[in-house]
Design a protein around this ligand. Structure first.
Ligand SMILES: [Zn+2]
Length: 516
C-alpha cells in the first residue's frame, strides 16, 4: 500500500536532513558468547511522486497546497461511470526512472485493481501494477563507507496515490475525520529493492542516493516534508551466516533519511532481543512513531488485506513503442554519481568537493559555469561551497534565487587571482555584490578597495605601525619573534585589508632586521 504519513513534518530547510554518511554508523549489537550474532536483512519500498502537471488518470492539477478538494473531478473522486485515461508524461517519467536504475522496461505492462476499503480511497480500489509491472531487474551501484554497493532493484511500477485523511486540527476532530481528495490520483512510481541492505545506515544511505538520482533526472522533487517521496522498509534478522531469512516486519511512514535510520535501528534491536530471549518475531506491519522513537504494531499478517488483484478492466494493457523507450534513454541527463566522478577527473577536485557540488543539479550547474568563466575550478569550488552556501542558508534562497551570477562570481575570483584585491577584501566585495547586485570591479573601483602594491605606500604603513608599537618592536628585537605576526596584522588592519600581505612581510622584516 502507498498510504503516506498524514502528520506534517517540522521545519523546512534546503537540505531536509544531513546525509546519512555524515552521521555515526549503525551500532552493532554487543557480542554475547551465549548467543549467536544476528545480522539484519533490509529491503525498501519507495513511493515517489512523478513531476507531472496533471494527475495520472485525469486532467486535475497536481499542485501542492491547494485548498482542500479543489483539484478534483469525477475520475479522481471515483464517481460511478467516470473512466480513467492514462497520462503519457507519467509513463515517460517512470521510464526515465527505470533507466536510471538500470531496469529493463517492458513493452507491455498491465494495470491492476488493488482492492481495499478506506475512506481516502473513494473507488474502493487503487489502480496499480501487479503481475506485469512497467520495469524489472535493475541495480543501483555506488561507493560508500569505502566500498562498492550493488543494491538490486526488483521492480518499478506505476500507480495512483490515495487521498488524505485529516485526523486532527478541527474543533470536532475528536469525533470526525476530514478528507482531502486533492492527492487522489497523483501519479506515483513504486520502487522495490532486493533485500540487499545490511544495516540501518546502509538503508539511509541508499535512500539518500536514490533521492539524489530521482531529483537529478527531473522525475521527483525530493520533497519529503510534502510527502512526495516516502519509504517503507522490510526488515528481518537472522543468525550470522544463516542462509534462510528470518521473519520480517514492514515498517511504514519513513519520510526522512533520519527516520529510516532510527526506525530500522530500533526494529533491528527489538527483533534481536525477541530472538535472544527465545521468542519468535511476528510477521506484521509496524508504524514508526517518531516522537516516541519506536515502532508500534499496526496489523498482523492475519489481519493483512487480501487485495484481490485483477487486471483493470477500464484500461487496456500499456504498450510502449521500443523507439520511445530508446529515445528516453538517449535523452537521459547525467546521473549524480557519474557527475561526481567527472568533477574529480575534469576539475581535479577532491571527492568531498565533488560530492557537495553534485547534491543538486542546480548547484552543480552553477559551479560549472563559475569554474569555466573563472578558469580556476578549485577556487570556484571553494567559493560555492563556502560563502555562497553560507549566504543561501542564511537567506533561505535556492540556487535560482542567488543574486550573483556565475559570471560575476568568476569576475571576483579573477580579481583575486590577478592580485587586484586581497582575500579579506574579496569577502567584503562578495557581501556587497550579494546585497547590491553590482559587478565586483565596479565595487572595487568605487570604494577604493584595490590591493596596495606600491612599495612606498606599504613602507609608510609599516613605519607608522613600528612607531606606534615601540614595545612590540623592542620585544621582537630582544628575540620574541612571534611579535612579528602581530605587527604585520596591525599593518593589514591599518590598510583595511588592502595591503599586499607578501609585500608587508618583506618590508616589515627588512626594517625590523636592519639596525635600529
Ligand atoms: Zn481528477
Amino acid at each position: 500500500m502507498s498510504r503516506p504519513n498524514s502528520t506534517t513534518q517540522a521545519s523546512k530547510s534546503l537540505i531536509p536532513n544531513p546525509p546519512p554518511n555524515l552521521r555515526s554508523p549503525n551500532q552493532s549489537p554487543i557480542p554475547n558468547p551465549q548467543s549467536p550474532m544476528y545480522e539484519p536483512v533490509i529491503g525498501l519500498e519507495i513511493h515517489a511522486q512523478l513531476l507531472t502537471g496533471s494527475k495520472i488518470f485525469c486532467g486535475c492539477s497536481t499542485t501542492f497546497g491547494a485548498p482542500p478538494n479543489t483539484n478534483v473531478c469525477p475520475v479522481c473522486l471515483g464517481l460511478p461511470g467516470a473512466l480513467p485515461v492514462l497520462n503519457r508524461r507519467a509513463v515517460e517519467l517512470a521510464i526515465r526512472a527505470a533507466h536510471a536504475l538500470g531496469c529493463t522496461v517492458h513493452e507491455t505492462s498491465i494495470f491492476a485493481r488493488k482492492n481495499y476499503f478506506y475512506p481516502d480511497l473513494p473507488k474502493g480500489y487503487q489502480i496499480s501494477q501487479y503481475q506485469q509491472p512497467l520495469a524489472t531487474g535493475g541495480v543501483l551501484e555506488y561507493q560508500a563507507e569505502g566500498r562498492a554497493f550493488h543494491v538490486g532493484i526488483l521492480r518499478v511500477h506505476l500507480e495512483e496515490d490515495a487521498g488524505k485523511s485529516l485526523h486532527e486540527g478541527f474543533p470536532d476532530s475528536d469525533r470526525r475525520t476530514y478528507l482531502d481528495y486533492n492527492r487522489s490520483g497523483i501519479p506515483l512510481i513504486e520502487i522495490v529493492t532486493q533485500p540487499d541492505l545490511e544495516s540501518a545506515s546502509q538503508a539511509g544511505e541508499f535512500f539518500s542516493r536514490l533521492r539524489a538520482i530521482l531529483v537529478a533526472i527531473g522525475v521527483n522533487d525530493g520533497n519529503m516534508e510534502e510527502g512526495s517521496l516516502r519509504c517503507d522498509a522490510n526488515v528481518s534478522v537472522r543468525p550470522g551466516g544463516a542462509a534462510e531469512y528470518g521473519t520480517k516486519t514492514e515498517v511504514k511512514n519513513l519520510n526522512s533519511f533520519r527516520h529510516v535510520q532510527r526506525a530500522l535501528e530500533f526494529e533491528i534491536e527489538r527483533q534481536t532481543a525477541v530472538l535472544r530471549e527465545g521468542g519468535r518475531v511476528t510477521q506484521e506491519t509496524r508504524l514508526w512513531d517518531a516522537a516516541g522513537g519506536r515502532t508500534v504494531s499496526m496489523r498482523s499478517k492475519e489481519e493483512a488485506h487480501d487485495y484481490r488483484y485483477f487486471p483493470e478492466p477500464d484500461l487496456p494493457p500499456l504498450r510502449i513503442q521500443p523507439g520511445w523507450i530508446a529515445g528516453i534513454r538517449e535523452a537521459m541527463p547525467e546521473l549524480p554519481d557519474a557527475q561526481r566522478r567527472r568533477f574529480v577527473d575534469q576539475y581535479a577536485l577532491p571527492d568531498y568537493d565533488a560530492g557537495v557540488l553534485t547534491q543538486t543539479p542546480a548547484l552543480a550547474a552553477y559551479f560549472e559555469a563559475t569554474a569555466a568563466a573563472a578558469g580556476n575550478a578549485k577556487s570556484a569550488s571553494n567559493w560555492v561551497m563556502g560563502e555562497l552556501t553560507r549566504k543561501m542558508n542564511e537567506t533561505g534562497l535556492e540556487v535560482s534565487g542567488i543574486p550573483i551570477t556565475p559570471g560575476a562570481l568568476a569576475d571576483l575570483i579573477r580579481l583575486i587571482d590577478s592580485g587586484t584585491i586581497t582575500g579579506p577584501i574579496a569577502k567584503d566585495v562578495f557581501e556587497k555584490m550579494w546585497a547590491s547586485g553590482r559587478a565586483p570591479a565596479e565595487i572595487v573601483a568605487a570604494e577604493g578597495l584595490a590591493r596596495i602594491d606600491d612599495d612606498s605606500a606599504v613602507e609608510t604603513a609599516v613605519r607608522d605601525v613600528i612607531a606606534a608599537h615601540a614595545d612590540a618592536v623592542a620585544q621582537y628585537r630582544a628575540g620574541k619573534k612571534q611579535t612579528f605576526g602581530f605587527l604585520v596584522g596591525q599593518v593589514i588592519k591599518s590598510t583595511k585589508g588592502r595591503a599586499n600581505p607578501a609585500l608587508v612581510n618583506t618590508i616589515m622584516r627588512r626594517i625590523l632586521d636592519s639596525a635600529p
